[in-house]
Every structure is written in C-alpha cells, then in structure tokens.
Design a protein around this ligand. Sequence first.
Ligand SMILES: Cc1cc2nc3c(=O)[nH]c(=O)nc-3n(C[C@H](O)[C@H](O)[C@H](O)COP(=O)(O)OP(=O)(O)OC[C@H]3O[C@@H](n4cnc5c(N)ncnc54)[C@H](O)[C@@H]3O)c2cc1C
Length: 461
Amino acid sequence: MSTETVSDVVVVGAGIVGCAIARTLAGTDLSVTLIDARNDVGDGTSKANTALLHTGFDATPGTLESRLVARGYQLLGEYAEQTGIPVEHTGAMLVAWTQEEVDALPKLLAKAEANGYRHCGIVDSDEVYRRVPNLGPGALAGLTVPGESIICTWTTNLALATDAVARGAVLLRGAKVTQVSADADGTTLHTTAGDVRGRWIINAAGLGADHVDALFGHRRFTVIPRRGELFVFDKLTRPMVPLIVLAVPSSRGKGVLVSPTIYGNVMVGPTSENLEDRSATGTSEDGFEFLLSKGRALMPSLFDEEITASYAGLRASTEHDDYLIDLDREQRYVLVGGIRSTGLTSGMAIAEHVAGLLAEAGVDVAERDDLPPPPRMPNIGEAGLRPFEDAALIDADPEYGRIVCFCERVTAGEIRDAFDSPIPPADLDGLRRRTRAMNGRCQGFYCGAQTRALLQAGAPS
Ligand SMILES: Cc1cc2nc3c(=O)[nH]c(=O)nc-3n(C[C@H](O)[C@H](O)[C@H](O)COP(=O)(O)OP(=O)(O)OC[C@H]3O[C@@H](n4cnc5c(N)ncnc54)[C@H](O)[C@@H]3O)c2cc1C
C-alpha cells in the first residue's frame, strides 16, 4: 500500500472483533483499511473456539463484557438471520452434581437476572435426565438457559469481513505491524507488507494487542494466552447431545462442557491452562487426559464412541477482569484488548461501542444510506439445506452434485464458489473454514490430494 494513501481508520486484526469494527466503520463516510499479519481473515483465536452464541447469563454483572455480550447476542443473532450464518438455538442445561452446586443454582439464576437475562429456570434431576437422557449418573438438579445457542464461528468472521469489503474497506493480509510512527496527519504503521497510514488506528490484534499497544508507548496490560483444548466426536453421537451441557462455574473457570456442534458433531471441552507461548495451539497429553476424565464423568456412553479430532485455541486473557477498550484522543488510537472468552458473541457490540467512542471524540460515524445489502453466506451448517441435497440447485449446476469431500459432503461447486468469493482462501485450512472440506472423520485422508490440487489450480477441475 502506498504511504501517500491515508485511510481515515486502519483496523489492526481481522478476527471477529476487527472485522466487526471494520464493517461498522465502513458503513459510514470514513475510509477504512483492515490489516492482518496472517494470510487470511479469521485465522487467529476466532477460528478455534467453542462456538457458542452466549446469552451472557453468567457474566459478571456491571462489567463492560456483560453489557457487550448481551448486546452482541442480539446483534449477531439478527445478523445471522440476514446473512445465513448457521445458528441452532439448542438451549443449555447447567448441571449440578454436588449439594454445593445445587446451592449455587439460585445465585446463578439471580446473576442471570442481574445481567438482564430472565429466562433461566431451576429444574430437578428428573427434568435434567428427561432433557439429556445420556447424562452420566448423579445429576442432582439443573439450571435451564434456553437462549444459549451454537453458531458457526468461521462463517461469522467471513461474513463480517466480506461485508466490510463490500462496504468499501480495503483488506490487506500478510501485513504484520512491527513499528509505529506518528506525524501531524496521522500514524504510519510499518508492516511486513509495507507502510499503512491512518488518521485513526484501532488495535484489535487479539493475542498481539499488548505488543501493538506497546508500539504506541503504553504498558498497561500483558496478554496471557489461556489454552482451551477440545475433543470432537463422530457425527453418530449428535443425537446423544440435544443441547449444551454446562458445568457450574467455579473460581477455576466455567468448567468442561459437552455441546453439539453446528457441523453435526459433539464436542467436549475446553480446558483452561495459562501459557507463555502465544502460538501454542497444539493439543497436549495432559489436556487429553483431563478431558477424558471430566468428559467420562459427564457422559460415559459418549466415550464409547469415536473421537475424530481434537483442537485447541488460545484466549487472549489478561491480568484484568474485563475487556480493555480505551480511546486516546491525542494519539487518535483505540485499544480493543482482553477480549478473552466471549468475543465471538460480543464482536458486533464491541464495534458499536467503538463507533460510540469515536463519535464522542468528534468523528462522524453516521451510517451511510447507500449501503450494499449484507452478504448471503454459503450454508455450511448441518441443520440447513446443503448443496449436495438441494435437487433444484444440482439441476441448475451439476457441480453441486459432484462431491469432493465425502465425510462432510462438500461439493466441487462449493469449492469453486469459495475461490470465486470476495475473500478467497489462502490455504487448505482457509478452504476448510469456508466449506468444511477435510473437516470430517478422515481429516482429509481421502480428499486431501484432490483438494490440494484444486487449491493449486485456484478452481475445481
Ligand atoms: C477455547 C476457546 C473457547 C471459546 N469459546 C467461545 C464461545 O463459545 N463463545 C464466544 O463468544 N467466544 C468464545 N471464545 C472467545 C472468542 O473466540 C474470542 O474472544 C474472539 O475470537 C476474539 O476475536 P479477536 O478478533 O479479538 O481475536 P483474533 O481472532 O485472534 O484476531 C486477532 C487478529 O490480530 C492479528 N494480529 C495480531 N498481531 C498483529 C500485528 N502485530 N499486526 C497485524 N495483525 C496482528 C492476528 O493475526 C489475528 O488474526 C473462545 C475462545 C477460546 C480460545
């Protein structure tokens, strides 16, 4: 990018939070550039989480996180309907296994109400087992949370990025910010892809947010990568888990959950382990053992079935107990840091909040009246109609009837569409996030070679 070009706003980080901010601001008269160190959008924490659309019932009341999760739940829920982001409103059951946990349920109900969520209810063990018959023995009572939902984190990130670009944002991938310098006209970000200039800079760099913040001269927090490992079970297990099964939270966190996934599997996790290495997204022996013992107690019969994959993500936790969102008028710089374990849900609300801070600082963030319609995203959710089962679509274009990935039933038509999309994948993992190709039980053993060939050709053969 030419150093002559000065965008009104440069957003650093194309995860869910940065893409949501870029989308919101690109909907105004401001010119927006969105940059990321990686070669794709949504390739950081936003690609590997538990993918729950949280109601915010268990947040700490009065925090910014509590407010933005509740608002984000509403905004993302509506946006998912408009764009076709897969969502299933399964609801959740928080299960009490000890008398101490039973005693905690009324407090959790009161907490939910303090967070503005009034739909929880306490149920006895009969009702718990009626709703989750495969639960292990010993459940004493439960708290129902009907609004908790499962969502596709990959499509969410991609929809927000695609929308931002459709609204005029310039997306620059493979541009890691390494230095920052300021002058009267704005700030120059020195990146691995050249200099990028902006009048305002928004730091939504996730696990790297403290490093970018330090380039602006601040020393106010340190990111502590908190790893969460998860197991994925074979699709045959999906009927065993009709809703999200949660643990009673303790001082050590929210505990291990069992949840259906939007792709028709079941997941168990996540672990919670503070690390130093911000790139340690591998799984571990200890994590495996921990999930095995916790998960077996929750639902023993599930562990008679096959685990087909495991993965890990890193939460950008910090030494603070809340999100760190702060605007510096003098530097014309906004920090959006510490978006730990709820940013998928709250991303759109964070964007709204950031726009509000800019408005208070005198920036015109009024929405344009010539916005393009939101993008309609390809459905990769198991509950909706997929191309391989859509006879009319296959009649019109036989490529949707030609299956490339048999485990996940991904067609050549969908792979072609991914390459033709406004933000095409940069690698096989990016293709997986757009189509589910190689996401199945064989992990690409059967379709890997063909998919790789398609990637190299840039289009289906
Ligand atoms: C195990 C786990 C479970 C979770 N479960 C849920 C859940 O169920 N529901 C929910 O709502 N949330 C959940 N979360 C949290 C959610 O995933 C995150 O809060 C969210 O993805 C954060 O998005 P982000 O955009 O801030 O960060 P990221 O997605 O990490 O994006 C930040 C981007 O900044 C880029 N970047 C960093 N440094 C630089 C630099 N110097 N220059 C340029 N670019 C840079 C990175 O490459 C990255 O792409 C979970 C997280 C984990 C780890």
